[in-house]
Write a protein that binds this ligand. Structure first.
Ligand code: HEC
Length: 219
């Protein structure tokens, strides 16, 4: 190695040591911006939401979604479950296959009904809920809720109640935003329970239950 070369090496090592020292040690606090020798593509120009971008004729940097865009997992293609309608587009009179009719469902429906519907429709579905009563502090119901025992509503398919809860009806507001889809079916099933309890005949009661009723042992 020549003397000149070794000098260059000493200078290079010295420079590197200075650089390392000036970069500081891990854990040291500094108010200066961090040393960032190699920028690669770490910091690029970008637009923020709602910023102006004159390149587009409408000046919106944030581009509108392509028509028909569906967020992942939100396709909701099941018409029976999400719209209460069959393949022919008509309202169904059955629960969606993914929902089982059992005591737990009706129990859930009863409790959700008490929260979301009974204030107007009354616990028994006759339409004289606390809000619907004359002189109620929450006056604002232009139309009194109908009774579910009304023959017109008694004849409606189950999907109709799901549809009214989801999309509202005339002056009644929709509840799709507040009530998840499974709970809307549970409530629809509970509305049906209220209706059936009104129109049920003695012959509809299973003999075992009838025995309990006759002996006064029913709860
Ligand atoms: C804020 C009061 C209010 C609440 C809460 C409410 N409704 Fe209603 N509902 C009404 C009124 C008022 C009408 C009558 C609407 C009209 O005809 O203008 C109505 C109508 C209905 C009808 C009959 C539609 C028809 O064909 O005449 C059904 C069924 C119904 N509601 C179900 C429900 C269910 C189930 C819930 C709970 C998820 C609910 N409603 C919550 C006020 C309410």
């Amino acid at each position: 190695m020549t003397a000149q070369r070794s000098n260059t090496l000493v200078v290079a090592v010295g420079l590197l040591a200075t650089l390392a020292l000036s970069a500081g040690c891990r854990g040291n606090k500094s108010k200066d911006p961090p040393i960032h020798p190699n920028w690669n593509m770490d910091d690029q120009q970008y637009f923020q939401a709602q910023e102006d971008n004159d390149w587009f004729p409408d000046h919106r940097a944030q581009r509108p979604l392509v028509a028909g865009t569906v967020a992942r997992g939100l396709l909701k293609a099941d018409d029976h479950l999400y719209r209460g309608r069959g393949a022919d587009g008509r309202l169904v009179d059955t629960l969606p296959p993914s929902i089982t009719l059992d005591e737990a469902l009706l129990d859930r429906g009863e409790r959700r009904y008490a929260i979301y519907c009974a204030p107007c429709h009354e616990q028994n579905g006759r339409g004289n809920g606390i809000i619907a009563q004359p002189g109620s502090v929450a006056t604002g119901l232009l139309v009194k809720p109908p009774s579910y025992m009304d023959p017109r509503l008694q004849a409606m398919p189950l999907g109709y109640f799901f549809d009214v809860i989801s999309n509202g009806k005339a002056t009644m507001r929709p509840y799709a935003a507040q009530i998840p889809v499974e709970d809307r079916w549970a409530i629809a099933a509970w509305v049906r329970v209220l209706q059936v309890s009104e129109r049920a005949a003695k012959a509809d009661i299973p003999p075992a239950e009838l025995g309990k009723l006759n002996s006064g042992g029913a709860q």
